[in-house]
Design a protein around this ligand. Structure first.
Ligand SMILES: C[C@@](CO)(OP(=O)(O)O)[C@H](O)COP(=O)(O)OP(=O)(O)OC[C@H]1O[C@@H](n2ccc(N)nc2=O)[C@H](O)[C@@H]1O
Ligand SMILES: Nc1ncnc2c1ncn2[C@@H]1O[C@H](COP(=O)(O)OP(=O)(O)O)[C@@H](O)[C@H]1O
Length: 295
C-alpha cells in the first residue's frame, strides 16, 4: 500500500512576537493561513524509516535523518511502540527556509501518511502533541485552514473566513534561518519593553467578513524588521508589489517570502505576472483547507 499526504504551505497574516520565555522560545500571537502551494509526502512499508526528495527544491532539502519527515515518522513509531518502518518520498514544491513552513508541512505529511500506513488511527489530540514536539508550526500544518496560534505557535483556535482571499507570494533566492531572524529581532529591540503578543479583534472581524480593504490595513509581522535587516532587498520587493497594485504586502513569518493581498483572483494573477516580468519569481495562491490523504 502507498499512502499520499498533500500538505499546504502557510503564511502569517499577523505575527505578534512577545518576550522570550524561559525555554528560549518567544511567546507569540499569530494568524496562520494555509495557502494553495503543496508538498506531497508518500509512504510505503519498509523495514526502516528513510526518505528521498524530489521536486523543484529537492537540492536544498536534507535527505538524511535530519529531514523533518523522517523525524516525524520515527517519533510516531516510537510513540506507538512500533518496529515498522516506511520509505518516505517528499515532493518539494514549497521553497526551503522561506517562511512558508515547508519543513513543518513535510513533518505533518509524514505523521498523517504513516498513521494511515501503519493503521494506527491515532486521535487528533495525540498527533497534535507529537507535532508540537517536532516544531512550533507543525500542529498548524496538521490542521490547516485559518487559525490563531498562541504559546510558541502550537496552541490553535480556528478562525472563520467569510469569503475567498487572494494572495501573491514573491519568492526570494536563498532562505533565511528562523532562529537567526528571532535573534536579530531580540537585538533590534533590546532597549524596548516588549509587550504581551496579541491579535487585534479588528483583524478577526475583517477575516470573518472577508473585507479586503480593512484587512489590508491590519496585516502585520513583528519579524519583518529583522528579516529586512538581514535581507535589505526585501524592501524593494515590498515596494514593487505595492506599486503593481497590491492592497498590502508583508514578509511571511521569518521570511524571506513576501506575501501580497490582492483585491480578487484576476488582480492576483496580474500582480504575479507583473512581479515576474520585473524579475521576481511569484505565484498567485488562495486559502486552502487541511491536508488531504489518499492511497
Ligand atoms: C517564524 C514562524 C512563524 O510561523 O515560522 P516560519 O516563518 O519560520 O515558517 C514560527 O514561529 C517558527 O516556527 P518553526 O519553524 O516551527 O520553529 P521551531 O522549529 O519550533 O523553532 C526554531 C527556532 O525558532 C525560534 N522560535 C520559534 C518559535 C517561537 N515561538 N519562538 C522562537 O524563538 C527559536 O530560536 C527556535 O529554536
Ligand atoms: N523536509 C524538509 N523540508 C524543508 N526543510 C527541512 C526539511 N527537513 C529539515 N529541514 C530543515 O529545516 C529548516 C527550515 O525549513 P522550512 O520549514 O522550509 O523553513 P521555514 O521555517 O522558514 O518555514 C531548513 O533549514 C532545512 O534544512
Amino acid at each position: 500500500m502507498k499512502v499520499i499526504a498533500r500538505v499546504p504551505a502557510k503564511i502569517n497574516l499577523m505575527l505578534s512576537v512577545g518576550p522570550v520565555r524561559s525555554d528560549g522560545f518567544h511567546e507569540l500571537a499569530t494568524v496562520f493561513h494555509a495557502v494553495s502551494l503543496y508538498d506531497e509526502v508518500s509512504a510505503v512499508h519498509a523495514d526502516a524509516v528513510s526518505v528521498s526528495v524530489s521536486g523543484p527544491y529537492a537540492e536544498h532539502t536534507p535527505a538524511d535523518e535530519s529531514n523533518l519527515a523522517v523525524r516525524a515518522a520515527r517519533a510516531l513509531a516510537r510513540r506507538a511502540r512500533l518496529r515498522s518502518g516506511a520509505l518516505l518520498r517528499v515532493h518539494k514544491a514549497i521553497p526551503v527556509a522561506a517562511g512558508l513552513a515547508g519543513g513543518s508541512a513535510d513533518a505533518a505529511g509524514a505523521l498523517l501518511a504513516c498513521d494511515r500506513l501503519w493503521g494506527l488511527r491515532m486521535p487528533e489530540s495525540r498527533l497534535s502533541a507529537l507535532a508540537a514536539g517536532l516544531g512550533s508550526d507543525v500542529p498548524f500544518a496538521l490542521s490547516g485552514g485559518t487559525a490563531v496560534g498562541t504559546g510558541r505557535g502550537e496552541r490553535l483556535r480556528p478562525v472563520p473566513v467569510g469569503g475567498s482571499l487572494h494572495w501573491v507570494l514573491a519568492f526570494a533566492d536563498g532562505g533565511l534561518s528562523t532562529p537567526e531572524v528571532y535573534r536579530r529581532l531580540d537585538d533590534l529591540r533590546s532597549d524596548r519593553k516588549v509587550p504581551a503578543p496579541a491579535v487585534p479583534g479588528e483583524l478577526l472581524a475583517a477575516l470573518s467578513s472577508a473585507d479586503v480593504d480593512a484587512l489590508a490595513g491590519l496585516l502585520h509581522n513583528d519579524l519583518q524588521e529583522a528579516a529586512l535587516a538581514l535581507r535589505p532587498a526585501l524592501g524593494d520587493t515590498l515596494r514593487a508589489g505595492r506599486e503593481l497594485g497590491a492592497l498590502a504586502g508583508i514578509v511571511s513569518g521569518s521570511g524571506p517570502t513576501c506575501v501580497f493581498l490582492a483585491r480578487d483572483g484576476v488582480s492576483a494573477g496580474a500582480l504575479a505576472v507583473g512581479l515576474a516580468s520585473s524579475g521576481t519569481c511569484a505565484s498567485a495562491v488562495a486559502v486552502t483547507g487541511p491536508a488531504t490523504i489518499g492511497t
